[in-house]
Write a protein that binds this ligand. Structure first.
Ligand code: SAH
Ligand code: SF4
Ligand code: F3S
Length: 477
């Protein structure tokens, strides 16, 4: 996440590996994931369920018995990439007729059994709330039938399943705190693919954080589509009306964040994603109060224009968003802020696009994920508005946003020069095995000489040089 990119997803097509289980059944699973952190976190649940059944993983899909692709449906491009990948697996299936290919995640939920008709060689289609049924579905597929479970749930949070940490540096881990989304932003497919919002029992969240700390992890990221709307009142869907009594016994996001912060001062806590309409000052005070809660907020704005925000059904205006940024600056002066933007949403004029640029100029984000609008079937925008901004205009506006963000990110990185940063070492640097790389509280990558340090150590680094998105420095004792 250290460079500003025009990206389709945060990670793409990553293959996930687990250690061989004791009850190995000799079957090999190839598990590839696309999309957001929630999807990667879900893959760890899938791996846990299948590991219990004796599966091992492989990095080579040609030697797999089962191939699962955990898919993303957020933009057209994301889906195209998966479809292309499925053609590779079709070839593998031709040389191994017993091979089972399954589609998991958001695309599975969006297309349901249509997937089996379109992609003839897919055997299993499973939505994000149905992973507990994977072992049975594999058995059905092994008997030669097609298997589909795309039921969305009002309760499922997989709270009792200990995720297998995949692709792990042993330092940072994701913890899901909510599933689904109740917001209905008009451009967004997530409420359709992930269903209604559910909060997870806070005790299981704190327990997971404690277990991770004991295993040597030093950073957890609490995940939800809108973490600020986390509310535990005993499980199930959020009630429309909550009595005062229920609220007294409930756990809010600010309270949950505090509980996780208290697990250990050496356990860093991050969270994503914050929603501008729901982010309260309570949360900001908890971030300010605890040194181990990272001073970094991802607060997607989408557009800097109030008419477009209204059409997007985001629930806030430009002015409201500015007020929230002011609150962050007031309560947590050293907080880094990042965003997501969409250019060329339905009917967006040149003036309205400039409002996004001027807002960016005012905030000076540390980092941004920037996209051009991609119309998604069944969403409110698809039904109500015309996707009428020409593709080349969308792309040109996106480039302007990217160029501006590049400048701001560079400035932000340079501001870190000459300062001492507390860095959590995460891994050996990609460019040199004599260096370690980690991040400071503000989520900026910092590289420093390895010496005798190892991933999981906290190190104070004086930044002496930088590239556009990375600080390079020396350790100070
Ligand atoms: N829950 C998060 C967003 C999850 S999706 C939030 O509300 O901020 C991640 C990002 O993808 C969104 O913030 C948005 O910028 C982008 N996105 C979602 N749907 C899109 C679409 N149809 N076209 C282009 N970008 C989209
Ligand atoms: Fe999509 Fe909006 Fe929910 Fe984010 S808050 S997942 S953009 S509907
Ligand atoms: Fe994609 Fe689903 Fe995440 S659509 S962005 S994988 S919630």
């Amino acid at each position: 996440m250290s460079e500003n990119k025009i990206i389709d997803e945060s990670k793409q097509g990553e293959v996930l590996l687990i250690a061989a289980p004791e009850n190995a059944n000799g079957k090999k699973l190839f598990l590839e994931s696309y999309g957001c952190a929630m999807n990667f976190s879900d893959s760890e649940i899938v791996a846990s369920i299948l590991k219990d059944k004796g599966f091992t993983t492989t990095q080579d899909f040609t030697e797999a018995d089962v191939i699962f692709v955990n898919t993303c449906a957020i933009r057209e491009g994301a889906e195209q990439r998966v479809r292309k990948r499925l053609t590779d697996f079709k070839k593998a299936k031709k040389s191994n007729p017993d091979l089972i290919v399954g589609v998991l995640g958001c695309m599975a939920e969006r297309l349901k059994s249509q997937f089996l008709e379109e992609e003839k060689l897919v055997d299993i289609v499973v939505g994000p709330d149905a992973y507990r049924s994977l072992p049975q579905l594999i058995e059905i597929a092994e008997s030669g039938q097609k298997a589909v479970n795309v039921l969305l749930s009002k309760e499922e949070t997989y709270a009792d399943i200990a995720p297998v940490r995949l692709d792990s540096n042993g330092v940072s881990a994701f913890i899901s705190i909510t599933r689904g989304c109740d917001n209905m932003c008009s451009f967004c497919v997530v409420p359709f693919t992930r269903g209604r919002e559910r909060s997870r029992n806070p005790e299981t969240i704190v327990k997971e954080a404690q277990d991770l700390f004991e295993q040597g992890y030093r950073e957890v990221t609490l995940l939800g589509q809108n973490v600020d709307s986390y509310l535990w009142t005993g499980g199930g869907l959020k009630k429309e009306v909550i009595s005062e009594e229920e609220l007294k016994n409930a756990t809010t996001f600010a309270q949950l964040l505090e509980k996780v912060a208290l697990v250990h001062p050496d356990l860093r806590v991050r969270f994503s994603t914050s929603h501008p309409k729901d982010m309260t000052d309570d949360v900001l005070y908890v971030i300010a109060k605890y040194e181990n809660v990272c001073k970094y907020i991802h607060l997607p704005v989408q557009s800097g224009n109030s008419r477009i925000l209204e059409m997007m059904n985001r629930g806030y205006s430009r002015e409201w968003y500015i007020e929230r940024i002011n609150a962050i600056r007031r309560i947590i002066p050293d907080c880094a802020i990042s965003t997501d933007t969409i250019t060329g949403f339905c009917s967006e004029t040149e003036e309205e696009h400039k409002d996004t640029l001027s807002l960016m100029e005012w905030v000076k984000y540390d980092f941004a994920y920037m996209f051009s609008y991609s119309e998604r079937p069944k969403t409110l925008a698809e039904r109500k508005y015309k996707d009428d901004v020409a593709e080349e205009v969308k792309k040109r506006r996106l480039q302007e946003v990217v160029d501006l963000q590049q400048k701001h990110s560079g400035e932000r990185t340079r501001e870190g020069l000459g300062k001492v940063h507390r860095v959590l070492a995460e891994k050996v640097s990609k460019k040199s095995d004599k260096h370690l790389s980690g991040r400071n509280s503000q989520n900026l990558t910092v590289v420093f000489p390895r010496e005798n340090y190892k991933p999981g150590d906290y190190v104070n680094v004086l930044a002496t040089e930088c590239t556009s998105a990375t600080l390079i420095g020396v350790v100070v004792k």
